[in-house]
Design a protein around this ligand. Structure first.
Ligand SMILES: NC(=O)c1ccc[n+]([C@@H]2O[C@H](COP(=O)([O-])OP(=O)(O)OC[C@H]3O[C@@H](n4cnc5c(N)ncnc54)[C@H](O)[C@@H]3O)[C@@H](O)[C@H]2O)c1
Ligand SMILES: O=C/C=C/C=C(\O)C(=O)O
Length: 485
């Protein structure tokens, strides 16, 4: 996948003059150039998508669309190793996480929404009328039209297909703007779309940056009917302002500062396992990840010691090796941001339980975006690393004494994406789950996904829910047809 990443517009790969470099997270080597879509390129992509809605795609039956989406999923599965390699090259994350989490979810994201759209009923109301003949109201689902899909870099293929799957299932056409850090799998998916016969213009990809670049050109384009975005809360605010012009609908999955809550009656080993994953999977670059851990006082010391052991057991290195369990951050820029928080934690008086710096790496990887898994204790809740989303492999652990106290601590944030609660008291699990202000709560688990369930954030972590029938709310419009009999 080295070389040049091109746009995919109206069924063809096209280049543009402006380019920017892609560096490997593993060693900062220059591994590719990426075309940067101009206003004219974006306009061509939006025009192609709009035209596709009036072409064969717009005329397909649901059954025909569903068959196409299954073909997309099957082709992703057939080219599985290429997707694994492409995303591994962009993110530096381990082959294991690619093979077991991110790439299979790409295929699953097409199948689930093909199944949903095939089985969803429409609503009908019969009504009486003064002439005694009555009328029937029937709501039919209409695709919204051209959907802009703006994606982040942390789980590029999973997050992009989580939007493209339902958008296409509902009969829309999409223009995807992948993150500037992760062009590979969106581009590879274009080949899949072409090869399985998705009509030209239904799936378009425009590469580029955000502000004053492709992302802004796309989200402010007047012929985009709706915008689905996953990324930082501040970017969401900028996109919302762009969407206000023309009154376009938005679906946002934004940042988080998620709390893990561990009660003393939990299954200790499972809780350690779970919090290890939620804090450090994907080098902490998971929106659902845990950066604040609250542990009931009787098991606090034991918990901190056990999590320290887990953090120190990660093996950073070449992601293609089975022995590697830990990757770099996405970029040197993100490394600087995370390291600045490591410094702030030290300045603000944290006890550094483990980490806090850069791991020793062999010469060929020494220039990569590596940081150590890091655990802090003893900070006040006002400390920067307890307040801000860092998006790195780090967490602060604090003891608590009562259920009421921990609920208050968990809720003391503007974010509200997810939480993970560890206890064997089912009543307490249910009470606490009902009180933590988030969109997604896991009890005795984390990131256990049933794709039929509503997924999204509360407070500043998002707008709307995607997943199962909930995605239909965003990707279609209901048109009520009232037939007087
Ligand atoms: N809630 C969720 O489900 C979820 C999932 C994954 C990631 N995230 C969040 O994503 C963030 C990490 O991703 P990121 O750093 O790529 O996010 P980001 O907001 O910096 O960028 C996301 C995308 O938006 C584009 N963009 C940036 N500015 C833009 C603008 N003004 N107009 C239009 N497009 C613009 C970027 O080019 C990129 O494609 C974290 O905050 C994380 O919590 C949330
Ligand atoms: O990093 C964020 C991971 C988000 C996961 C999903 O959006 C999902 O599982 O659907």
């Amino acid at each position: 996948m080295t070389g040049l990443y091109r746009h995919f517009i109206n069924g063809e790969f096209v280049e543009s003059e402006e380019r920017f470099p892609k560096y490997s997270p593993l060693n900062n080597a220059h591994i590719a150039d990426i075309c940067e879509a101009s206003k004219a390129d974006v306009d061509a992509a939006v025009k192609a998508a709009k035209a596709a809605m009036k072409g064969p795609w717009g005329r397909m039956t649901v059954e025909q669309r569903v068959a196409k989406l299954y073909a997309v999923a099957d082709e992703i599965t057939r080219r599985f190793d290429e997707f694994v390699a492409a995303e591994m090259q962009d993110t530096g994350q381990t082959k294991h996480v690619m093979e077991h989490v991110f790439i299979p979810r790409g295929a699953a994201n097409f199948k689930i929404f093909a199944d949903v759209i095939k089985n969803v009923p429409t609503e009908t109301f019969e009504m009486a009328t003064p002439d005694g003949r009555g009328a029937i109201n029937s709501a039919i689902r209409i695709p919204k039209g051209v959907i802009a899909v703006v994606c982040p870099w942390n789980a590029p293929f999973l997050l992009m297909t989580w939007k493209v799957g339902p958008a296409l299932a509902c009969g829309n056409a999409v223009v995807v703007k992948p993150s500037e850090e992760t062009p590979a799998t969106a581009t590879l998916l274009a080949e899949v779309m072409r090869d399985v016969g998705i009509p030209d213009g239904v799936y378009n990809v425009v590469h580029g940056l955000g502000p004053n670049s492709t992302g802004e050109f796309l989200t402010s384009h007047k012929d985009v009917d709706a915008i689905t975005f996953t990324g930082e809360t501040q970017t969401g605010a900028a996109i919302m302002a762009a969407a206000a012009k023309g009154i376009r609908d938005v679906s946002f999955e934004l940042g988080g500062k998620n709390a893990g809550i561990v009660f003393a009656d939990c299954d200790f080993d499972k809780a350690i396992e779970g919090i290890t994953r939620s804090a450090f999977l994907n080098t902490g670059q998971v929106c659902l990840g845990t950066e604040r851990v609250y542990v009931e006082r009787p098991i606090f010391d034991r918990f901190v010691a056990a999590l320290k052991d887990k953090a120190e057991a990660f093996v950073p290195g070449n992601p293609a090796l089975d022995s590697t369990t830990y990757g770099p951050l996405i970029s040197k820029e993100h490394q600087s941001k995370v390291l600045s928080y490591y410094q702030k934690a030290a300045d603000e008086g944290a006890t550094i339980v483990t980490g806090g710096g850069v791991p020793d790496m062999p010469a060929e990887l020494a220039s990569g975006a590596w940081v150590q898994p890091t655990i802090w204790t003893d900070l006040p809740e006002t400390a920067s690393v307890v307040q801000d989303e860092i998006f790195g492999p780090c967490c602060h652990i604090r003891p608590f004494d009562t259920e009421e106290e921990v609920i208050e601590l968990a809720n003391a944030t503007d974010y509200g994406l997810s939480t993970t609660i560890w206890t064997n008291d089912i009543g307490r699990a249910h009470r606490v789950a009902g009180s933590v202000e988030v969109g997604i709560t896991w009890v005795n688990s984390w990131f256990l996904r049933d794709l039929r369930t509503p997924f999204g954030g509360s407070k500043r972590s998002g707008i709307g829910r995607e997943g199962g029938v909930h995605s239909l709310e965003f990707y279609t419009e209901l048109r009520n047809v009232c037939i007087k009999l």
